[in-house]
Design a protein around this ligand. Sequence first.
Ligand SMILES: [Zn+2]
Length: 272
Amino acid sequence: MSLASESARGKRQIVERSAQAERELREAWRHTLARINPDIARFLTKMASAPGINLTYLLDRGRLAKLQATVGQGMQGFAAHAAVIVGQSQRDAANLGDAITQIQLAATVPDNVAWNFLPARHAALSQIEHALTSDSRVARLLQSLDPQAQARLRRLLTQAILDGQGPRQTAAAIQQALDMSLSRALTIARTETLVAYRGAQLANFRANSDVVSGWIWMATAGACPDCADEDGTEHALGDDMETHPNCRCTCVPQTRSWSDILGAAGIGGDDM
Ligand SMILES: [Zn+2]
């Protein structure tokens, strides 16, 4: 198997793993909405039947506060579930990156040469574990969905009343505002899954610096213009892959010339 085909296979697998996390998130989101929506529907029906709807009505008897609390509870449940989904996806991605990178590296070795590459499992996984601890970026991002969703809800309902919008219009706007939370969660899952994969790739490359001199950026068809420009560019082994949210780019190892590597290891060209 060639390096190019192994790299492409790894990319297909990691994109599929990331898509699986997205499917799980959508399913969790469906459950969350099913719990929140009846309360919102009831609220809007009441609002429609009450004459002279105004902000006072919205704030009276804790109506808005109750609705916000319902949304808040739903979002907290979603965030907790999402953290589990994203965490599992990250762990799988790190393992996949580990396994695929060993195969990528093996694919660079000339025929008739036996060469063992050092694993980087520990380094890669501890990096991923760190990303999963409670004060991690991922956890913080997911927890922030709740206050943001509550703030959007408040803004929307207030604006809907000021604008004199009907319940149906308001309901659609609320739905849209909440869906922003799903789309953020999807972005987090996609981004962090690929970050874990690349982390495992680079950790493996660096564990084998006697052979690997750097890495080459591998973009996907349909990548953003910045990433398309980076496609095929060479980077030093110590460089991290600086990408953007939702990026699906991965990297390919760049090895020193195998005659140099074998010469340095005391193996003559004749032995090849
Ligand atoms: Zn990219």
